[in-house]
Design a protein around this ligand. Structure first.
Ligand SMILES: [Zn+2]
Length: 257
């Protein structure tokens, strides 16, 4: 299995670094988890966007979905035509969300099928597993400001990737626990926000604690602000996790078996 980081920035892109987006390759199946602003250019370096087995979206915040619009135009108008639509798995409410976004962007010639022309759109049921090629994809809800689902990907009974998507520190990840090689986590909050009723993001130290609790091999720190500093994030995560730490950068990869 290989994870390629397509972005890694928090709510707004850092210099030369898009927001949330991950390419997961099982060896025969290529999935993209989230496609935030600035991640499509990086995706193009690593995979043919026309032939992905699936794009899976964790939640409907703009820093996780905006390049679906860019991908729609790439699929619709690139002179090298895709053989067919790309499967797009949206969270609950995703179809209505795309209809609204499509109506805002569609030109007269593009009509009401703005996204449907290039994607096969399905809302996943977060209580059920998806089988996509040889990948098994499962979900659990996170504590965030809008409904959001963490995503576990595994293949061929090997060790899994757990992508937390956006999450506060109090999410229960036990439904997705066990046999995880790589935790890609929302770790960008510099400090807890004082007085916040619900924590919707985590600090690097909190993500390190989660990595330790889950017994993962490698921790990927993501959803980061460059103003905080990569070394600072890494040091904070290292205070609670002893294993390898990867601070997200576009094109960085983690491989495991
Ligand atoms: Zn979010």
């Amino acid at each position: 299995m290989r994870l390629t980081i397509l972005g890694g920035s928090a709510a707004g892109p850092n210099a030369g670094q898009g927001c949330s987006g991950y390419l997961v390759d099982t060896g025969s199946t290529r999935l993209v988890l989230d496609l935030g602003p600035g991640t499509l250019p990086e995706l193009r370096r690593h995979a043919d966007f026309r032939t992905l087995e699936a794009v899976v979206i964790s939640h409907l915040h703009v820093d996780h979905v905006l390049d679906l619009v860019a991908l729609r135009f790439a699929l619709a108008y690139n002179p090298v035509r895709p053989a067919g639509p790309v499967p797009l798995w949206m969270p609950p409410g995703g179809e209505a969300f795309l209809a609204a976004v499509g109506s805002a962007f569609a030109g007269k010639a593009e009509g009401e099928t703005f996204f449907d022309d290039v994607f096969t759109i399905t809302e996943y049921d977060p209580t059920s597993a998806l089988t996509i090629g040889d990948a098994r994809v499962t979900f659990t809800p996170t504590i965030h400001y809008v409904p959001c689902w963490a995503i576990r990907v595994e293949a061929n009974e090997g060790r899994a990737l757990l992508y937390t998507a956006d999450t506060g520190p109090d999410t229960d990840f036990s439904p997705l626990a066990g046999n995880i090689a790589v935790l890609a986590g929302d770790a960008g909050q510099p400090e807890p926000i004082k007085g916040e009723a619900v924590r919707g993001h985590s600090t690097a130290a909190e993500m390190g604690s989660l990595a330790t609790a889950l017994g993962v091999e490698t921790l990927v720190l993501s959803h980061l602000w460059e103003e905080v500093g990569r070394d600072r994030y890494a040091a904070r995560a290292a205070s609670t996790f002893d294993g390898p730490i990867v601070v997200a950068l576009p094109g960085a990869t983690v491989e495991w078996s």
